[in-house]
Each structure stands twice: as structure tokens, then as C-alpha cells.
Design a protein around this ligand. Structure first.
Ligand code: F6R
Length: 322
């Protein structure tokens, strides 16, 4: 058991010309795991100078400092890991905006490669899987797994965005997998978003997947509107790899990948729902604010209006959520 201690002190006062408030607070939340605590110290001051009946000058200042005392990461594993991951004192994000982690490498990937060294992975890009890829790359570099026989496929791509543009899915994979693992281009199947015939790109992709014997592990994220890949609401369960019109909500939520919203393409290339369903195993990852759409996808009716809900019909699909 731990204690939560809160201490506050303040001074108020003033006269006709000056009103003042000075306050200080101290809070210490011990957790139920020994060695963990969150401490916050804060100070605030407000001063109002009444110069004339019409003129008032205000000065407001505040300062807060939070200190996280955590168990060391090496403690990860077993029940301790489960408990420490559940602790409310952990931040969701690190300072560089990546997700905070208190674990080691991702068992889903490792297991897949160990079971089948020539596995075919189809991967989403985006904020959600970034850490999983980093952990996977770390495991590969530590030689826990050998991916030299694997094929990696990009799930989707923004139309008209060259692969060296930072916003492209191709450059995302380059940063988190290809560069750290020195993966040769032959191990990747990616859409050419600059090709003159985008539709032909889709046919080529489907043919290449078939030639590889299908997808072994499909890793998808989920949009706030329930999209998987770029299959926006209304996408048919029979849809194949194709060119799609993006919802504005998708463009807005991805605008941080580009200079501004006007630079976010209106069209994208994506595996279709039927292509996704053809994978032997599917893992959907989602964190935090995706909870309502995850609930609709898992517990709601199967509907093309919530594309992720169609995954209920797959017999080897898991949702990995926080
Ligand atoms: C991206 C993709 C999308 C994302 C989804 C969630 O390749 O297929 O479906 O997975 O939009 O994006 P994040 O993870 O950035 O919240």
C-alpha cells in the first residue's frame, strides 16, 4: 500500500492598490510497488496593481515540477511487469513523443519469425506500431531472431508522395526497420506512389502477395473512424487492393506527418478489406484515445461503416490494446 500526501499553503492579502496571492503545493503519490512514487512541487503567484480606477496591471506566474520515481526497466517481466505497466504514475509519452515503455521486445513478431523463418509480414505505419518496430529491430540486432528470409509489405501509401518524403509510409519503414536492420530492398514490397498508373500498382501488389504464398502476419492500426489500412468507412468486405478517397478526418489526424493539411494527399493506395482478411493472422494495435472505436469494433455489430469490426469475422485475429 502507498500513501498520497497533499500539502498546500497560500497567502492572500493586499490593500487598495495591490491584491496578492502566493501559493505553494507539494504532492507525493506513493504507489503499491515499492520504489515507485510521483512527486509534484508547484508555486503560483498572482499580483494585481490597481493603477487608477480604469487601469489594472496583473502579474501571474506559476511553476510546477513533477518527479517520477520508477522501478528500473530491468525489472520488467512476469507479474512485476504487468503491475508496473498498469501503474497510473507512468507517463503515456516520453519527452520525444514516443510511447513510454517498460518492457522488452515484442513477442508477436519474434514468435512468428521463429515459427516460420520465411514469414511474410504486412505492416501499417503510423504512431501506434512505431515502438513495436523499434523493439523488434532491437531484438533482431541482438540476434534473438533472424529476418533474412522474411518479406515485409507496406499496407498502404499516400498517392503522389515520393518515398523520400518524410510523410510517406515508405520513409517511415526506412526509419524504423530498413535502416536499423540494413534490410535489402528485395525484402520489401512497397507501393510506388509516383507511378503513372496507380491502379496497375494495386494489381501488381496483389500478384506479388499471391506469389509469396499470402500474408502470414498482418499488423494494422485503427483510425478514429474505424479504418484499417486506408479502408475508410463504407469500404466493401470484398474490396481488393485499390485507390481510395481519404476521409477528411484521416487527413486531419495525419497532418502532423506533413507540413500542413493542404499537403496531405486526398488519395491513397491501400490493401483492401478482403486482402487484409486473407492474412493468416491479424494483430490490431490501439492505444488510449482509440478506446471508443475499439469498443465498437470488438463489441458492436459487424458493419462496413466501421471497417475494423469486419475483423470479427477472421478466425485468427487479436486486438492488442492498453
Ligand atoms: C497507416 C494505416 C492507418 C493507421 C491508422 C492509425 O499505414 O494503415 O490505418 O494505422 O490511421 O494511425 P496511428 O497509428 O498514427 O494512430
Amino acid at each position: 500500500p502507498g500513501f498520497i500526501k497533499e500539502h498546500n499553503a497560500s497567502l492572500t492579502g493586499g490593500n487598495k492598490w495591490l491584491r496578492r496571492y502566493v501559493g505553494a503545493s507539494y504532492s507525493n503519490n506513493e504507489s503499491y510497488v515499492k520504489g515507485n512514487a510521483y512527486t509534484r512541487v508547484g508555486m503560483r503567484g498572482n499580483f494585481d496593481f490597481i493603477v487608477t480606477k480604469q487601469i489594472k496591471i496583473s502579474l501571474n506566474t506559476s511553476w510546477t515540477r513533477g518527479i517520477n520515481k520508477r522501478v528500473p526497466a530491468a525489472w520488467a517481466g512476469g507479474i512485476g511487469d504487468a503491475m508496473s505497466n498498469a501503474l497510473p504514475i507512468y507517463p503515456v509519452y516520453n519527452d520525444d513523443k514516443t510511447y513510454f515503455r517498460n518492457g522488452t521486445s515484442n513477442p508477436v513478431f519474434r514468435h512468428q519469425v521463429k515459427q516460420k523463418p520465411a514469414s511474410v509480414f504486412c505492416l501499417a505505419s503510423g504512431d501506434t506500431p512505431r515502438l513495436a518496430y523499434q523493439l523488434f529491430a532491437e531484438a533482431v540486432l541482438k540476434e534473438e531472431v533472424d529476418v533474412s528470409g522474411c518479406t515485409f509489405i507496406g499496407l498502404d501509401e499516400w498517392l503522389g508522395i515520393p518515398s523520400d518524403n518524410e510523410g510517406s509510409c515508405a520513409s517511415f519503414f526506412q526509419r524504423y526497420l530498413t535502416a536499423p536492420l540494413h534490410l535489402p530492398a528485395q525484402q520489401w514490397l512497397l507501393f510506388d506512389a509516383m507511378a503513372t498508373d496507380a491502379r496497375q500498382q494495386c494489381t501488381i501488389m496483389d500478384e506479388q502477395i499471391a506469389a509469396k504464398g499470402g500474408i502470414d502476419l498482418m499488423l494494422v492500426g485503427i483510425g478514429m473512424n474505424g479504418h484499417i489500412g486506408f479502408n475508410e468507412p463504407g469500404s466493401s468486405i470484398f474490396s481488393k487492393t485499390r485507390l481510395i478517397n481519404l476521409d477528411n478526418s484521416t487527413r486531419i489526424s495525419n497532418s502532423h506527418e506533413f507540413q500542413n493539411i493542404t499537403k496531405v494527399p486526398r488519395l491513397a493506395l491501400t490493401m483492401g478489406i478482403s486482402t487484409i482478411l486473407s492474412a493468416k493472422r491479424i494483430a490490431l494495435m490501439a492505444w488510449g484515445m482509440k478506446a471508443p472505436i475499439v469498443a465498437r469494433s470488438v463489441e458492436g455489430q459487424v458493419t462496413e461503416q466501421v471497417p475494423a469490426s469486419i475483423l470479427q469475422q477472421h478466425n485468427n485475429c487479436e486486438f492488442v490494446v492498453d
